[in-house]
Design a protein around this ligand. Sequence first.
Ligand code: SF4
Ligand code: SF4
Ligand code: SF4
Ligand code: SF4
Length: 487
Amino acid sequence: MLLLLMHALDGIITEALFSEYASTLNPFMFLRDSFGFMVIVGIGIAIYRRIVMKVPRLKTNPMDSYAIIILAIIMLSGIFLEATKITSHTRYQEMVEEYADTDDEEELRTLESFWVQNFYIVSPTVKGPFKEEILAQGAEIHDMSCAGCHSRPGSAFTGYAVAKIIKPVALGLDRANMPTLLWYLHFLACFVGLAYLPFSKMFHIFASPVSLLANAVMEKGKSDPTNIATRQVMELDACTHCGTCSRRCSVAVAFYKTGNMTILPSEKMVFLKDYVSNKDLDEEALRTIQEGAYLCTNCDRCTVVCPVGINLRDLWVNVKEEMIQKKRPVPLVLSQLSFYRGIERQYLDSKDYSKPLDGSKKAIAAKCELINRPEKIIPLTPVNKEFKDKAETFSQATTFTYCYSCENCSTVCPVVENYENPQEVLGLLPHQIMRSLGLGLSDLALGSNMLWDCVTCYQCQEHCPQGVKVTDILYELKNMAIKEASL
Ligand code: SF4
Ligand code: SF4
Ligand code: SF4
Ligand code: SF4
């Protein structure tokens, strides 16, 4: 962003802000190379993560590849352009003709010697080593004619490093008019990049800061729904497709089973863009998006880790609501929508609160008669009432009743993360232990190795969106298990 404003738009922005601006003067020259270097490091990291590290769940779509290729061409052509301009004798002569305060042959030769020595131009006629007095004389002319708009090229450290490498072939490159050719390539790539920008993920350069700003000033529950909708559209463009959310998603494991990419939040964002832009999506595509949205447990983990601060959970909930309003059939699964709306109840209009829920219920009830007969609940296993009552006397105990199985506690747990197949080693995971408590399943809750492997780091407790005191409860369960064993 800074490179675009400071370098590409220097005639409009930088010159207006700094009257003494020249692209070959410090600090501008150093800053331009520093920003360019950061972009190159970013491109390097993006390629490294995809090709060498093969980060799990990091998907590369054609848009990512085009963006990386265009950026790489812009940056590399820019650096090579800078390097060939540094070494170009032709460019040097053009500058001398335009700006030198002398046309004395001998004086110009001393100036050229000074530039060969200090500015790294490669001259076909003037070569070092030079005598001290020649360099001193050249320095005097340099100070008079050139120093006002030329800092030493070492500050343009990326171009300077390449200039050193190409020095043996610099004269040939200069004769082939390479600086001009690279200039055209650089500008062409920049224009292609600019034309592609609104359609590419690179639009996040603009959208991310605006989205972050909007999030900072908007108050949850108090903002106008129209403003929220505008912010959410912006958030779709603000996503950098970094894949961080997918790495942390509580239900990402379902993606490996079903192959539905829209389960992964980063991919869901890509599909959502198509959905909100009213692209002609066929039934299959709509069903895929819907499945991805409904399998989400609303654990909020993706929102917490998103570096751009996108309110992902709100987006998923709104997609579900929107689909219900459009009368899309609700999948025959227990909808987490109800739980999330429960959390948000205080912010919602009471008239609207149950609308999507009722729609959801009706759609499910149409296919499952038992839902209309809640008095006929069939327990899956016998409930140990005594154990359940005892559990409810823990100091923090009743908080387990708030658990809606979002799995966030298990996703953030460092012990769970340690194992490829944690259930094999640990038995029940934290979220399953919370559910077993709710169901009064004592053997399951007390028999899990998780109780003893827990390192009491409190990550689960801190990240629970429902305020369940997970760690404290595990601790109490340990005490209970010891007491039972010693009876
Ligand atoms: S809210 Fe949780 S389950 Fe849903 S997409 Fe985000 S991380 Fe995954
Ligand atoms: S973490 Fe945020 S920016 Fe990265 S892919 Fe997910 S939604 Fe996009
Ligand atoms: S205890 Fe909290 S974090 Fe864990 S599954 Fe239940 S609601 Fe989610
Ligand atoms: S407190 Fe225990 S269960 Fe919770 S995250 Fe830490 S190790 Fe996992």
